[in-house]
Design a protein around this ligand. Sequence first.
Ligand SMILES: O=C(O)c1ccc[n+]([C@@H]2O[C@H](COP(=O)([O-])O)[C@@H](O)[C@H]2O)c1
Ligand SMILES: Cc1cc2nc[nH]c2cc1C
Length: 360
Amino acid sequence: MEREQQLKAWVQQITALDEAAQKAAADHLDDLTKPPGSLGKLEELTIRLAGITGKKQPSFSKKAVIVMASDHGVVEEGVSSFPAEVTQQMVHNFLAGGAAVNVLARHAGAEVICVDIGVNGEPVHPDLVSRSVRKGTANMAKGPAMSREEALQAILTGIDVVQESVRKGTQLFVTGEMGIGNTTPSAAVTSVLTGVSVQEATGKGTGLDQAGVQHKANVIARAIQLNQPAPNDPIDVLAKVGGLDIAGLAGVIIGSAALKCPVVIDGYISTAAALVASRIAPACRNYMIASHMSEERGHAALLQTLELSPLLQVGMRLGEGTGGVLCLHLIEAAGRIMDEMATFSSAGVSGGNEKAEAEL
Ligand SMILES: O=C(O)c1ccc[n+]([C@@H]2O[C@H](COP(=O)([O-])O)[C@@H](O)[C@H]2O)c1
Ligand SMILES: Cc1cc2nc[nH]c2cc1C
């Protein structure tokens, strides 16, 4: 089947959330010994997890963070404070278990799946998922980052990685990425798809100074001017000014939604991918859980466009899936509340509703 048709078939599998399961979860939350709604975002999270899985009290014993690694030709324009070879070096670090995401994933009981979707090198390791579409994108300041077929291939690769992991029992995914330069295509995608200015979408990434950020914004503006991505065609935007990591993550999100798994969205790059995914498949938005508010400029605009409210704001801007994996503790906590908390009747506590009724 043609790639465009394959993607369409996946998109058509995504359904609305299960309303009965959401209602059952909301009713149970209201029976628990606390004022209604007093657990704030933990309650919203609980209700959404029920809607996604179709179960009032789902549990997620097998979780995975998918780290999409790829390189970006635009790095030759001097848009990052780190050299391109760090992408491949960090891939080896992930596989050796020494990166921040490995530490946080071990702490949260999640597997790290590292995917080479377009590293400019030859990373080799038995645990590496080698699914390279091409060895890094082309420099988008000089022409399209990749072809439409390559963007589609990267999206389908993300879906495929999810499908394979679900077959092995994974029930929940976290998005992660590694790619020196990837905040540049993320800012381009953000500006084109949300309509915010390039300036508002461009931040310091790994640590540019003010002059560096201005140069980066100029490069992004030039790339958009040259390539003319069509804002109503998300795959065109990915191909012209996107990245293989972003495209792969859009696939991870679409695949998760199609297979009824919650997908925790990490920082700026992951949320740019989430916006692309929601433009390809609007129904996948309800399967997304926004983990944290990144320090990267433009992240708030992306979350606002998606109408997602992040669980944490802890000043992180690392990527790799680190903020997403941190939120697994909150998901676990929300599940424990549902499973272990006493109800008003079981604990003999007078409920708010009872009191209201007595006053009538
Ligand atoms: O997730 C974020 O919000 C985030 C914000 C800034 C930087 N990063 C990470 O830093 C790298 C990209 O930064 P840069 O400056 O090279 O474009 C890439 O590997 C990302 O994982 C990640
Ligand atoms: C060291 C390093 C680790 C990273 N992890 C995600 N992006 C990164 C960028 C750098 C530079």
